[in-house]
Design a protein around this ligand. Sequence first.
Ligand code: NAD
Length: 489
Amino acid sequence: MVNESVRRLQSFVDGAYIDGVSSWEKRSPVDGSLVAVVEEAGAEQVDAAVAAARRALEGPWGRSSVAERAALMRRIADRIEARFDDFVAAEIGDTGKPLKQARELDVARAVVNFRSFADTVSATGLDSFLTELADGRRALNYAVPRPLGVVAVVVPWNLPLLLLTWKVAPALACGNAVIVKPSEETPSTATLLAEVIAEAGAPAGIYNVLHGFGPGSAGEMLTTHPDIDGVTFTGESATGAAIMRGVAPYVRPVSFELGGKNAALVFADADLEKAVAGLGRSIFTNTGQVCLCTERVYIQRPVYDEVVAGLVEHARGLRLGRPEAEGTTTGPLISREHRAKVHGYLDLAREDGADVLVGGGIPDLGADLADGAWIEPTLWAGLDHSSRVLREEVFGPVAALMPFDSEDEAVKLANDSRYGLAAATWTSDLERGHRVAQQMRVGMSWVNTWYLRDLRSPFGGVGLSGIGREGGTHSMHFYTEPTNVCVQL
Ligand code: NAD
């Protein structure tokens, strides 16, 4: 069904929207209705974007000052705020996420991303050393940060605008030119951002958007293009591996924020009310489609039954529904394809002997939503640690609950994963909180909270969860190449 609000989304190259080589239909995961017709970029558009970005770097943008770039980042933040409702509507149209979340997390964070990196780039000094050699020679060494160059930014669909701006803001603040490849599932906000960045006074060519898919399409064509200088990618670990193979012949720097299979540890001394509320958030936010979401919960045996009961009650209290509907807490999964994957894990959990405590299937939300990608929030008990359900990232509103006895056992179980993105420890014992959090083999380890972020702190993962860190000066390091100047005095 085509309605009047269906838009045609084009790629954005060198300051103008352009057609592609074919198109696809973006459908709403809420009810299957048509959201947009998206123009798919081909090799010619990819070449044009890379050439435009290179030209921009060779023009005035390449000689811009930190102060000018910081001011542009602030103007972009202001422009996003001015078009806040348009961004919220675009994000909801693509993802079906609840209105409250789109407002308070996704779009709000996009604004903060630009302001935060304006601050960081303004405050970052130079590394310098006054060198005194044994033979009496003296020298001044200082490292001048130069932009990395033309940066490919490839991002996923779960927090589309938030994750996109998390990379675009520092990249531009450091003086790069970017070519963004948003997910084929969420093309809208990146396209709108092009308009806003241009309105804020950005020179043509520093922010380009290519729509398309991964293999054999714009994603692969961009990351394997001979004239880009680096790739920053957020998405699945297997995609990261494919991109790594693609860039290997060019020896290109990569920053990878990949998947997770995150654990939470609940100790018997925890404030259980806070722990259950926090776990409810960490399991079910964005229908479990946040890389940081908890999918494994280890609960100390004396409080196991109480925590399980609390979480089941929390899951039963979630309200699935249209994003704008009063009281909706939970949206659909991103697509029917993704639902089939998540559903496969629901089946597998049953085959592996899981006790399904709540959920476990596809909900009946009426004819109106029957063509959406809905799934029930699901909790399991009784799964063996070797089950694939506990080893692989599901990326849905699901978690396995398991008892433990000792702190050592809990730490060992939490670290028994090839992923290493995030962990959360719930305890009232201050020393235990620090001790356990530090032993987590992850990039982000929270105590008595989850997804509380300071954008200056390092963000990333170990193992299958990624390569490198972004955030604050960590982003500055990735998006610049230092040239060390040594002057003998
Ligand atoms: P995905 O890897 O399928 O796709 C991500 C992007 O890569 C899309 O734009 C896609 O078109 C593109 N792509 C796919 N194959 C490609 C290829 N061969 N070459 C170049 N580009 C290619 O991921 P997704 O399903 O969109 O997102 C969900 C995943 O993202 C989950 O695994 C989640 O954990 C992860 N994620 C990680 C973080 C983090 O910060 N660590 C944050 C959010 C999401």
